[in-house]
Ligand binder design. Structure first.
Ligand SMILES: [Ca+2]
Length: 203
């Protein structure tokens, strides 16, 4: 009897942890470069628009505040900026970049100090994102085959987005709360566990 006790407790504990912990994946492509945040913590970056950064993270509180910054390297109308990203929750819920995300343009990331990426930041003054072509279409469509090498399982059905016309602003910020936030606001607690964090710790 005794030898079954420890494994049984272990299974029960693991089941409890699993039931209270959501996992999710954040995938970002940006033209030309980007930085991704979960609950105010940097979790991703990239500068090859055809190769998504892919970050897995835990949501111990069942929700998370996602922040995405994208920089267009060509000033003003000399180049068009674009951001394409999605969040996939572990129940299969697919949250694409589209015009339901909040968007704001401003100073480059290094000069922006208003805490825009923090969970408690008030983005009520931001507009909704400008929704451009869906993945696979439009001016970035020619790169879709290469992009699918990283954007698979599931295939992206997100939309390219920006803040305002995408030949004006070059530094654009996006925010959205994903998952199931509590009805009474509570800061998402704990440190975000991500593949990015593991990679940084190993360096
Ligand atoms: Ca530009």
């Amino acid at each position: 009897m005794k030898k079954f006790f420890a494994p049984t407790i272990l299974v029960l504990v693991l089941a409890l942890i699993a039931s209270g912990t959501w996992a999710a994946t954040l995938r970002i492509n940006g033209d030309n470069s980007w930085v991704g945040f979960v609950n105010g913590e940097q979790v991703a970056e990239g500068n090859n628009w055809q190769q998504a950064s892919i970050t897995e993270f835990d949501m111990p509180d069942g929700y998370a505040v996602i922040g995405v910054y994208v920089h267009d390297a060509e000033p003003g109308d000399t180049g068009r900026g674009g951001a394409l990203f999605d969040v996939i929750l572990d129940d299969g819920t697919y949250i694409p970049s589209d015009d339901t995300w909040k968007a704001d343009a401003g100073a480059p990331l290094a000069d922006r100090k208003d805490g825009w990426e923090q969970p408690d930041f008030d983005d009520s003054g931001w507009d909704n994102a400008t929704q451009l072509d869906q993945f696979g279409a439009g001016i970035w469509g020619f790169g879709a085959d290469t992009m699918r090498q990283t954007l698979k399982d599931p295939d992206s059905t997100a939309y390219w987005v920006w803040a305002g016309p995408n030949d004006v602003e070059d530094d654009v910020y996006f925010r959205k709360t994903v998952g199931d936030p509590p009805t009474t606001p509570v800061e998402p607690g704990g440190k975000v566990t991500t593949t990015w964090g593991a990679l940084k710790a190993a360096q």
